[in-house]
Design a protein around this ligand. Structure first.
Ligand SMILES: [Zn+2]
Length: 357
């Protein structure tokens, strides 16, 4: 591909170039057809791809306007039905888009629409709806939302339902989404707490790492290992939007019982997120065993996988993995030092008892 020519096609929104290549914009993480009506990016921020798959492998997501991951169809009725599904997926639960409605939208009888749709797209409308939901869910996860928010955004009715689907379909590693943080910019703040040094790192979408340690140098090295391909900058807490999150997290580490409500930008499997969501439900001052968490998420045999999800927690205290201990009462492990886990639990228990007496 000649990039200079490709760039001219992008500048000219040349419809003839559609289907020949796609372009991604590194600052937004979105990829488009050359003819997309969206604002033209700066040349420096553009990468070219030969296919939607290649763009998605590189961590880009499809533009909602030009839908570069969809082939254009020759059939207007099917196109209308598909547009209706695409634009209503987020509003309605699964059962709400009926063949009758799609028939009305497309001007065909439900029976004919069903057949025509299958002819043109190779899927029935119901299969298409399911595929689009799965695709959206992956897109949301790639943007780093928590599973519960991703679930909502993808138009699924309830989270229990999506997990059944998601476990089967999202069995991919975080690395599939974003290799080493390529294309990410991370700001981080170092702060002091009663339990030692705290590092809070975030992208523009949310927190991507919260770690505890003895000194800033080690924590910074840890962040670099986690996101080797990202650009990273240490910022002063007051000067950044991170500041208020850092304040809340420091308060939590120091024993404040307020529930943290902070957006995440952490890539992890659906299973890990399921465990982490469950950890967030453990009340302040209480603990659960690894086995209890496994049962609570409906996988009673997955005790070791739960322990591994705890050991790989990327947001200390915000995701309270310190509240999970062994059935025997033994503290188990803690990624940021067992002594810190012990002190966190003691403090939470003491504050909790104060509150109830
Ligand atoms: Zn576009």
């Amino acid at each position: 591909m000649n990039e200079a020519i490709a760039w001219q096609s992008v500048l000219g929104r040349d419809p003839a170039a559609d289907g020949r290549f796609l372009y991604g914009v590194t600052t937004t993480g979105i990829y488009c057809r050359p003819s997309c009506p969206s604002r033209r990016p700066k040349r420096d921020n553009v990468a070219f791809f030969s296919s939607a798959e290649a763009a998605e492998r590189a961590g880009f997501r499809a533009c909602q306007r030009c839908r570069p991951n969809h082939a254009r169809t020759a059939n207007r009725a099917v196109e209308r039905a598909r547009d209706y599904i695409d634009s209503h997926l987020a509003e309605f639960g699964e059962e709400r888009i009926t063949l009758e409605v799609l028939g009305e939208e497309s001007g065909l009888s439900p029976y004919h629409l069903q057949r025509k749709f299958k002819d043109v797209l190779g899927l029935t409308p119901a299969q298409y709806i399911r595929a689009r939901k799965s695709e959206r869910l992956k897109g949301e996860l790639k943007r780093g939302e928590t599973v519960s928010r991703a679930t909502f955004g993808a138009g699924y009715g309830s989270s229990s339902r999506v997990y059944g689907d998601a476990d089967a379909r999202l069995g991919m590693t975080p690395a599939t989404y974003r290799r080493g943080g390529a294309g990410m910019h991370i700001d981080y703040v170092i702060a002091n707490t009663l339990l030692g040094t705290l590092l809070v790192a975030a992208t523009e979408r949310g927190i991507c790492a919260v770690t505890l340690g003895d000194d800033a140098t080690n924590l910074e090295a840890g962040l670099a290992r986690e996101y080797p391909a990202a650009t990273r900058a240490r910022v002063a807490p007051q000067s950044s939007s991170l500041g208020s999150w850092v304040t809340e997290i420091v308060e939590a580490v120091d024993g404040d019982r307020k529930r943290l409500d902070i957006p995440f930008d952490i890539q992890a499997s659906a299973f890990r997120w399921k465990v982490w969501r469950e950890l967030q439900k453990i009340p302040f001052g209480e603990t659960r065993s690894y086995g209890e968490i496994a049962s609570a998420i409906g996988s009673p045999k997955a005790v070791r996988a739960v322990a591994s999800a705890c050991a790989n927690n990327q947001a200390a205290v915000v995701i309270p993995c310190h509240r999970v201990i062994r059935q025997s009462g033994d503290l188990g492990g803690y990624r940021w030092g067992l002594e810190r886990k012990r002190r966190l639990l003691e403090k939470e228990r003491a504050i909790s008892e104060e509150g109830t007496s």
